[in-house]
Design a protein around this ligand. Sequence first.
Ligand code: PFF
Length: 498
Amino acid sequence: MEIMADKNEWGSNLSFILAMIGSAVGLGNIWRYPYVLYSNGGGAFYIPYIVAILLMGIPFLILEYGVGYNFKSSFPKAIRKIHSNWEYLGWLLPVAVFMIMIYYSAILGWDGIYMILSFTKGWGANPDTFFATTLLQSSDSMSGLAHFIPIIAVAMLIGWVIIWFISHRDLEEGLGKVSKVLVPALFIIMVIIVGFSLTLPGASIGLAELFNPDWSLLTHFEIWMAAFGQIVFSLSLGMSIAFTYASYTSDDADLITNTISIALANSLFENFAALGVFSILGYMSLQSGTAVADLVTQGTGLVFVVYPTVFNVLGQWAYVLGPLFFLTVYLAGLTSILSTIEPLSFSIQNKFGLTRSRTMTILVIVGAAMSMIYATAYGGELLGFVDTFINQIALLFGVILECIIFAWIFKAEKLIDFLNSRSKTIKVGKWWLVIVKYILPIFISIIWIGGLIDVINTGTMEQLNFTVVIALLLLISTGIFTIMPAKNPEWDDTEERV
Ligand code: PFF
């Protein structure tokens, strides 16, 4: 039954689940997961992957939901209640997610351009040169910052307008309703694309290559790191998104069952995407005589170079499959980017007493203006730096921080009775506490340090300098939000539901 929702409340549990799936299912599922699966032991990767879901994805999400539900307030407001001097930590994650939003908007813009191009295969005979040179006019020198590329700016601004159009409304009217349409649509289109890809000649070559298990890798620490890293990114963990979404729920949510549904839907989608990607690569391999191993790649290279190359040899079908594919990427990106504005927006509404609509308008304007740095010839290079910073440093740090604050300081024990009393499926108990209090923080800290060392060892001087600048920007803007005096008299009355 739909209830009359307040400005920041889901109209139904379905809206909550679908919005959360929308956040989880994104570029990470389409362009990252297939490659991660392939390059980390193929079929053998399922062991660390399932362990990562059971040991981290589900237990951690239950924790983030439980605490978010308990406070029914924004992340910094809750952290302040947990410990009055720690407000700074409360702003850190919402500001970091907003940084994700800004670079995600660039990729959305590029994809929008490709969606249009795909109707005519407008990338020409050389997708590689087209992407790097014609479209992005990539330059790895900082002087590229002075070279503005209007077409990318326009495509990105269209994305920002769509985001504003959805987000400035009341939660259920905007994000809730949109998720109910776009998330199912995304799954349906994906089924069509994958179904078609599986019928292509050569599909089985790609799939055999993908799943061919390399069991020897199971003893390598890197594949465990890759599995945990993938689950953190893919489920949008540790970024205060799940926390914020749970705080928007009404009083009767079954958070444990929701968590399981979301984790399942996310994995289903990414494994499905892997089938599609490798069927297409198998087809391409058969056509071109190039080994799958030489075709496979991830990220922008997969979506904007390999796929257009495949569409070039696919004949007439490409005019259907191409637009559908870029539409899928767009929808997946859009439903994820919509989640990245929520934590900071809710925090600002809480502290400064602004309305949802006004806060969203301000954030969209600021985000759009800042994102224009990616509409320069140096944008692609910069995006790579920010992406590494977010993936290797910020996200895992968020998981560790939340484990410490929620499981230890807030005390996860307090949630057990409440979570179990609502749960129609599994119950949490001692094992859950051991995971969120000990196993996760220790294990993720090891991975985090490994990632940090990796960035320091493999990064160029320029990358390291930029990483420091990005980190400083994050720390300073977090400080500004913390120092600014609150305007909302209720900033310090945070009630608890559990
Ligand atoms: N979960 C999204 C994906 O798989 O693409 C990406 C993402 C969105 C990560 C939001 C983190 C985040 F805060």
